[in-house]
Design a protein around this ligand. Sequence first.
Ligand code: NI
Length: 329
Amino acid sequence: MKKALLTIYLLAFLAFLAGCGGGSIVLGRTDGAVLASQYSTISDDNISQASLNNMEENAAVMQAVQLGQNYNVLLLRTFQSGIFREFANFSSGPFELDMIGGNVALNYVSETAETAAENIVGHIAITFDDGPHPVLTPLLLDALEERGILATFFLLGWAVDSNPDIVARMYEAGHSIGNHSYRHPRFTDISRQRIVDEIEHTNNAILAATGSLPTLLRPPYGARNNTVLDVARQMDMSVVLWSVDPRDWDHRNALLVSENIINYASDGSVVLLHDIHETSIEAAILAIDALIERGYVFVTVEELFSLSELTLQAGEVYRSIYHSIGASQ
Ligand code: NI
């Protein structure tokens, strides 16, 4: 019932806005009432699809604070051609907006909105390598789902073939899925043809499990040379490394690893973890909760780059939004 009510209110409101053009922010309460709205005077020419204007964002956050507890806050922006969404960290859970031929359909709204509104201090992409693990990865997915958080998984082809259901669940939840080779060889030690095979077999395994081909590649150990980058370019894949390495595979100590993440992660960071160690998953959850508390929002690698209006290019290497490095390095 709540969802239906909210849908009706949103439909009415968005129908009103449809004639206006420009950007808008809608604050919706979980009981369905549209409580407040702002209409921006920024013209479509000035706004980019990827990022919300900071002032608008802050204004919405301020209003959410004034409105008090138990509000599910949606920041929506209308465009001529569609609707894009941005989640503040005080609003949890996924929802989908489809805009087809001018009709807006709200498919799902989280009923577990956070009660406290905080300013967003930055966005972080958390990434997990070497999975999926048949037992640990589902536990991690549960924890991420509880928090309404999306992550990025760099999967091993053999593990995908062994656990296709977990990969399908991951994909359906909206997580990003990248390629981490089939059997984890060091790409700089093998022939070009073997590199191609490693990537292709893994892409095929992911395609079979999800129906979608990955575009992100993380070579094992981050090892790459010009051959690796050339193959990546040919296969239309971007090479994504990391900017924060808490060395979870080495320490195997949840508290220490989580402290490493909390101390070194900042806006634009890509964090490296491995969802094949129990301590790494505990560390991830500890760090995520602490960083959410500090005002960070967790996004996928693709979302992180699109928020910065950076387009990931095939054959290029990325560490964080501040570090894309050339082929020779
Ligand atoms: Ni690895």
